[in-house]
Design a protein around this ligand. Structure first.
Ligand code: GLC
Length: 738
C-alpha cells in the first residue's frame, strides 16, 4: 500500500515537474508582448547579472545571462562590411579563415547613388553577412554631416546635406534589421572631425544642431527604427556625448521617444555617475582609446562595472537606472539574437558582390567630360595608358575601424584588364609613390608596394607610356592611411598628396585625352581642372571597385551618380575654414551655423569647383517647366510639383531630379535654398516621363531656437527643380496660407 502511494506521489511530482518544464517561462514565450517578456526576464536577474549585461566582457561582446539562456551580445564593425574577428581581449586578428567578407562601397558612394532602393539593397546584403556571422549589432551606419573636407572619416558618411542623409539612412537600417540584426547608427552627435576627437567640446547653436546635425539621427530613430545608437567621443555642452544629458536624455529619448540602446563608442566613457544617469546603456572599449591603456581583461574595472556595483552596494546609487538599461538591452535581444524567427543570412556570396557592384556603378560621379573623352570607344582605341598608385592599391584594408578582410577586391587596373582583354593594349605606370603600407590591424592586403625608383624616374616612365596612348587614365586621390581618408586624424590640406598635381599637369602636357579618377571619400583641390578634360569621382568602391569603374569608363554603364558634398576650389571657400573654426583647440565653435556646404557657398556667393548634387551623364536630359498642383497650401496640406524630363541622347540613362525650396521671406536667416526632395528616374533614349515630388509643411519649416520648435511661416516660397544645386532648370512660386 505504502509503495503504491509512494509511486503515485512520484508520478504526481514527475508530472508537475514535467508541467513546469513544458510551461515556457514568459521571457522566452515569443507569443507574449515584448514588454511582459522584458519584465519577466528582469525579475529573474541578480544585480550582478544586470551589471554584467551593461558593459563589455571582450573587445566586441557583452554578457548575456547564461543561467537563463539569454545569449551574449556580439557587436561588429562596420558600415561597409563585416569586420574580421579579433581575439577576445586584443585588437590582434583572431586568424579565422571563415571571416573574409564582401566589402561594400563606402557610404559616400551609396549616398551618391541618390537611390533609396539601393540603400535598402545595401542594408539587406550587409545585414545578411552580419547575421550569418552571428553578430547581434552592426556598428553603423555613420551619418555625421560633412562639415569640412578635411575630416578623415567623411568616407564613412553620407555627405553635407541632412535631407539626403536622412532619406538614404532609413532604407539601410530597415534592410539590416530585416535580418534580425540591430543597426547602431553613429556617431551621436557632432563628430565632424577626427582631430582631438576624444575631448573636443563642440559649441553649436540650436538651429544648426536641429537643422543640420541631428536630422539624420532623428530619421534613423523615428523612421528607420534603429535599435541602437552609438554615442560619439567628443563633448557637447561640456559633457562627453556617450553620457550626455542633453543629447541622450533630453533629445534622443525625451523629444524623439527612442526606446533602443545607447552604446558608447569604444573608449567613450569617462565617468561612472554620468554614465549611470545620462542615458548610456552599454560601455565598450574603455581604455582602448589610447588615452590610458588599461590592463588586459580589465572589464570589471569599467566605469559601469565594479565601480557602479560598489555605489549600489554602498547605497550611493539605486538600481532604477540599472533596470532601465537592462530593459532596453533585453528588448534589443528579444528582437535580434533571441528572435527564433529571424533569417539565417548568407556570407561572401556572388549576390552580395553583385549588390556592391550595382551600388558602385550608380555611385560613380562623372564630374567633367569635355570633348567627350569618355566613354572610351574601344573600336577606335589601340592603347590605353593607366597611371597612378590608386589603380593598383587595395582600399578595403585600412582607414580605421571600417577596415576589412575582403574575400577579394578588384583594383581599377584589374577591372580594366578584365573588361578590355585584347581589345586594346593597356600599359601601366605608377607615376608616384603614395602609401606603401599594406596592413591594418593585422589584416595584410598582400600587396608589396615598396618602391625603389625616384619620383623623377616614376614621372618619366608615366609620361613615356602616356605620350602615344589613345587615352590616359590617371587613378589618384587619397587612400586609407593616416592623414588621408582614415579614422583617428584629419587631412592637413585640401590638395592631393604625394605630388600628384605635378604628375597630372605633366601628363596633360603630353596627352590631351586625359581622364582623372579621384579615388577618395572627400573633395580635393584640382588646380589642373582646366587642363584635364574628363574627371570622375571614383570613391572607395569595395570588392568590385575595378569592375564598376571599368564599366563606366568604357560605357557599359552610363554614370548617374551625383555629388553628396561640395567641392570647394580652395579651403577658405568652406564655412568651417573661412570662419577659422577648424579644428579648434579643445573647443570648436561652428560659427557658420546652418550654412554648411552649398548653404555656405550660396550665402557667400562662392562658385564651387563642383556643386552639391552635380553629376553628368553620357546622355543629356531636358527638363520641362515645373508646375505646382496648387498656388497656395494650408499647413495641413501637401503640395505636389510636377516636371517632365526627357532623355535627349542616344543612350539610356538615369537622372536624379532635385527639388530645392526657397523661403522668400523669413523671420530668421535661412539658406538661399535647401534640398527637400529628389527622385531618380531611368529613361530610355528618347523617352520622356513626368516626375512628381510631394512635400508637406515640414519642407518649408526651420527650427526656431527661441520657441524650440519647428515652424513654417506663412508667406511666399519657391520650388526649384534642378539637376544639381547650381543647375536649376525651372522654378515655381507658391504660398503657405496663414
Ligand atoms: C572606433 C570607432 C567606431 C567603431 C568602434 C569599434 O573607435 O569610432 O566607429 O565602431 O570604435 O571599433
Amino acid at each position: 500500500m505504502r509503495i503504491s502511494i509512494a509511486i503515485a506521489a512520484l508520478m504526481l511530482l514527475g508530472s508537475v515537474r514535467m508541467q513546469a518544464q513544458t510551461k515556457t517561462p514568459v521571457y522566452l514565450d515569443e507569443t507574449k508582448p515584448i514588454r511582459e517578456r522584458v519584465e519577466d526576464a528582469l525579475s529573474r536577474m541578480t544585480t550582478q547579472e544586470k551589471i554584467a549585461m551593461i558593459h563589455a566582457q571582450s573587445k566586441f561582446s557583452s554578457a548575456g545571462v547564461p543561467r537563463l539562456g539569454i545569449p551574449d551580445i556580439w557587436m561588429t564593425d562596420g558600415p561597409h562590411g563585416i569586420r574580421p574577428d579579433v581575439l577576445w581581449d586584443e585588437w590582434k586578428q583572431a586568424g579565422f579563415t571563415n571571416d573574409s567578407c564582401i566589402a561594400f562601397p563606402a557610404l559616400t558612394a551609396l549616398a551618391a547613388t541618390w537611390n533609396k532602393d539601393l540603400a535598402l539593397l545595401y542594408g539587406t546584403s550587409i545585414g545578411e553577412e552580419a547575421r550569418y556571422r552571428n553578430k547581434t549589432v552592426l556598428l553603423g551606419p555613420g551619418v555625421n554631416i560633412y562639415r569640412t573636407p578635411l575630416n578623415g572619416r567623411n568616407f564613412e558618411y553620407m555627405g553635407e546635406d541632412p535631407f539626403l542623409t536622412s532619406k538614404m539612412v532609413v532604407p539601410y537600417i530597415k534592410g539590416v534589421q530585416s535580418n534580425g540584426v540591430a543597426t547602431c547608427v553613429k556617431h551621436f552627435a557632432l563628430n565632424n572631425q577626427e582631430t582631438d576627437r576624444h575631448k573636443v567640446n563642440v559649441n553649436v547653436d540650436d538651429r544648426a544642431l536641429y537643422e543640420i546635425y541631428l536630422p539624420a539621427f532623428k530619421a534613423a530613430v523615428q523612421e528607420g527604427g534603429t535599435l541602437a545608437i552609438m554615442g560619439s567621443y567628443n563633448k557637447y555642452k561640456g559633457q562627453h556625448c556617450c553620457h550626455n544629458q542633453y543629447l541622450l536624455n533630453d533629445i534622443l529619448r525625451g523629444e524623439w521617444g527612442f526606446e533602443g540602446v545607447v552604446v558608447a563608442d569604444w573608449g567613450g566613457v569617462h565617468d561612472t555617475r554620468q554614465a549611470i544617469t545620462n542615458g548610456l546603456d552599454m560601455e565598450f572599449g574603455t581604455w582602448t582609446d589610447g588615452l590610458s591603456w588599461g590592463t588586459s581583461n580589465a572589464y570589471d574595472n569599467y566605469y559601469l562595472a565594479r565601480p557602479y556595483l560598489d555605489l549600489i552596494n554602498k547605497g550611493e546609487a539605486g538600481t532604477k537606472e540599472l533596470d532601465e538599461k537592462v530593459r532596453r538591452i533585453l528588448r534589443l535581444s528579444f528582437l535580434t539574437n533571441m528572435n527564433t524567427k529571424r533569417p539565417f543570412g548568407s556570407f561572401g556570396t556572388p549576390e552580395h558582390a553583385l549588390a556592391g557592384r550595382r551600388i558602385a556603378e550608380e555611385g560613380i560621379v562623372l564630374l567633367q567630360n569635355n570633348n567627350n573623352v569618355l566613354p572610351i570607344d574601344l573600336s577606335k582605341t589601340k592603347k590605353i595608358a593607366v597611371i597612378g598608385e590608386n589603380a593598383i592599391k587595395m582600399m578595403t584594408v585600412g582607414g580605421g575601424s571600417s577596415s576589412l578582410k575582403a574575400k577579394y577586391e578588384i583594383s581599377p587596373l584589374e577591372g580594366l584588364k578584365k573588361r578590355i582583354g585584347t581589345q586594346a593594349e593597356i600599359v601601366y605606370a605608377r607615376g608616384y609613390v603614395g602609401d606603401t603600407s599594406n596592413n591594418y590591424n593585422g589584416v595584410a592586403s598582400g600587396q608589396d608596394l615598396s618602391e625603389k625608383r625616384s619620383a623623377e624616374v616614376l614621372l618619366a616612365e608615366a609620361l613615356k607610356v602616356a605620350k602615344d596612348a589613345d587615352v590616359v587614365i590617371f587613378f589618384g586621390g587619397l587612400n586609407k592611411s593616416d592623414f588621408q581618408d582614415s579614422e583617428g586624424n584629419d587631412r592637413k590640406s585640401l590638395g592631393l598628396p604625394y605630388n600628384q598635381d605635378k604628375v597630372v599637369s605633366e601628363l596633360a602636357k603630353v596627352n590631351k585625352k586625359l581622364v582623372f579618377v579621384n579615388i577618395s571619400g572627400n573633395a580635393v583641390a584640382m588646380p589642373w581642372v582646366k587642363e584635364v578634360p574628363s574627371i570622375v569621382q571614383g570613391w572607395f568602391l569595395g570588392t568590385e571597385a575595378g569592375t564598376a569603374l571599368a564599366e563606366v569608363l568604357v560605357g557599359d554603364v552610363n554614370p548617374s551618380g551625383k555629388l553628396t558634398f561640395t567641392f570647394p576650389v580652395k579651403l577658405e571657400d568652406n564655412g568651417a575654414h573661412s570662419t577659422g573654426e577648424f579644428p579648434g583647440n579643445g573647443e570648436v565653435t561652428y560659427k557658420e551655423g546652418i550654412f554648411v556646404g552649398y548653404r555656405w557657398a550660396e550665402k557667400q556667393k562662392i562658385k564651387p569647383l563642383f556643386s552639391f548634387g552635380h553629376g553628368l551623364s553620357y546622355t543629356t536630359f531636358e527638363y520641362g517647366a515645373v508646375t505646382a498642383d496648387k498656388k497656395t497650401m494650408s499647413s495641413s496640406d501637401k503640395i505636389t510639383f510636377n516636371v517632365t524630363i526627357k532623355n535627349k541622347g542616344t543612350r539610356d540613362g538615369s537622372e536624379t531630379v532635385q527639388l530645392y525650396i526657397t523661403d522668400v521671406k523669413s523671420s530668421l536667416p535661412r539658406p538661399v535654398k535647401e534640398l527637400k526632395g529628389f527622385e531618380k528616374v531611368f529613361l530610355k533614349a528618347g523617352e520622356q516621363k513626368t516626375v512628381s515630388i510631394t512635400v508637406d509643411k515640414s519642407a518649408l519649416s526651420f527650427f526656431d531656437d527661441k520657441k524650440h520648435a519647428w515652424v513654417a511661416e506663412p508667406g511666399d516660397f519657391e520650388a526649384l527643380i534642378g539637376a544639381s544645386s547650381s543647375d536649376i532648370r525651372s522654378k515655381v512660386k507658391f504660398a503657405l496660407a496663414d
